[in-house]
Design a protein around this ligand. Structure first.
Ligand SMILES: NC(=O)c1ccc[n+]([C@@H]2O[C@H](COP(=O)([O-])OP(=O)(O)OC[C@H]3O[C@@H](n4cnc5c(N)ncnc54)[C@H](O)[C@@H]3O)[C@@H](O)[C@H]2O)c1
Ligand SMILES: [Zn+2]
Length: 361
């Protein structure tokens, strides 16, 4: 099975891909553990994958975006204290990006850092967020306002978990997989387009390879820039406009789907700036990105005023212009910091036309 070795300023760590047997053995290897498990994941796998977890060591965590907050961290501190948690404990967290963010922040701050093992159970978490060290919490309506850099000491990737994901969460993860494949170059992009029918059926071999390749590309962009001061910024491809859409839709559009919509938008901007040819822009938007959307976007969410306001709040913005990462024909990327409001208006008009024809699976 695949292994990815990662280097962080804090520690070296590894992401291990596991099969049925490997997964059970890996979980039982740790001593003095407390498990925090996404309540939906627990409901589905309590009698199978997790049947040997002692109930006294278990905390079931109901997830929702508004539980990604300091109150949930306090709740976990309280539950750990009830169990007389010590500095030498291991927190094993099992779930998607929400569980990762809340438990990662908790592991980083409890006793200034306890051992943390993360078992990602969504495609987004397996193929993207599990590496990269970031933990984030929302604060009073501000998404990801507080956070730390704290990698798990070990990541256990078990692709069969993805079989039980709801289609919207699965496609959201596939959106980040598509982003990382496009960022990995032309060959990786063609390969993903070829594999798309198998990936949409959740074929486990295709999934495992796609997750592995995605993590390799992410690792490549992070190398030497763990704290996001330079090249790692390019991983925000699709995110500048995507974050704005998440916010104007009141987070009803899942993160990875907003990123897909953001990449489609960025490609229209790159086309009008003549960084990306019309053929490549149309090819990627039609043959890859549009195929990852279940339905058309609600035009209410792509209104100029709301998008402009949200893009102005982008954490990465330092000057007057808006920020957007654009793709070039050779699959290299550039962070543009002079994206003008007039350009936003013009690109939005073209974008809206694209969505006049609803995209369906
Ligand atoms: N820390 C980072 O680097 C980073 C990066 C990207 C996104 N994020 C954050 O991650 C969050 C989104 O994470 P996500 O997309 O993984 O979703 P999620 O954690 O919100 O989970 C989505 C849904 O899937 C359910 N679920 C999880 N695993 C399942 C399984 N195997 N079978 C059935 N259902 C399952 C959950 O209960 C939930 O209802 C956002 O808050 C986002 O800000 C963090
Ligand atoms: Zn993302």
């Amino acid at each position: 099975m695949h292994v990815i070795k990662l280097q962080s300023k804090l520690r070296e760590y590894e992401a291990h891909f596991l099969d049925d047997n490997g997964f059970m053995v890996a979980l039982q290897r740790h001593e003095n553990c407390v498990y925090v498990i996404d309540s939906n994941v627990w409901r589905i796998y309590a009698g199978t994958c997790f049947r040997d977890i002692p109930r006294a060591d278990l905390i079931i965590f109901p997830v929702s975006e508004d539980r990604k907050c300091l109150r949930s961290v306090e709740e976990l501190y309280e539950k750990f204290m009830e169990r007389s948690a010590k500095k030498n404990m291991t927190l094993i967290s099992i779930g998607g990006g929400i569980v990762q963010d809340v438990t990662g922040f908790t592991a980083c701050t409890l006793y200034r850092g306890i051992n943390w093992v993360f078992v990602p159970t969504t495609l987004l978490a397996q193929a993207d967020s599990c590496i990269g060290s970031k933990t984030s919490l929302n604060f009073r309506g501000f998404k990801n306002l507080a956070g730390t850099f704290y990698p798990p000491s070990q990541i256990l990737i078990y692709p069969p978990f993805l079989k039980s994901l709801e289609i919207r969460d699965y496609l959201s993860g596939l959106g980040e997989v598509a982003k990382l494949h496009v960022m990995g170059g032309e060959q990786m992009t063609s390969h993903m387009i070829e594999q798309l029918p198998l990936l949409l059926e959740r074929n486990l071999d295709s999934l495992e390879n796609a997750i592995f390749s995605s993590l390799q590309v992410k690792q490549n962009y992070m190398e030497g820039d763990e704290f996001d001061a330079g090249r790692r910024n390019l991983l925000n491809f699709g995110h500048c406009f995507g974050h704005a859409l998440e916010s104007t839709s009141n987070y009803s559009i899942p993160h990875g789907t907003a990123v897909v919509l953001g990449m489609m938008f960025a490609n229209l901007v790159a086309k009008s700036r003549e960084l990306l040819s019309a053929e490549k822009c149309d090819f990627l938007n039609n043959q890859l990105f549009a195929k990852l959307l279940v339905s058309s976007v609600d035009p209410e969410n792509i209104k100029y005023d709301g998008i402009l306001k949200a893009m102005k709040q982008d954490k990465k913005r330092v000057g007057e212009g808006l920020v957007i990462v654009l793709m070039k024909d050779d699959h290299t990327f550039v962070k543009v910091v002079d994206f003008a409001e007039s350009e936003l208006a013009a690109s939005l008009e073209e974008y809206t036309k694209f969505f006049k024809t609803p995209c369906t699976l």
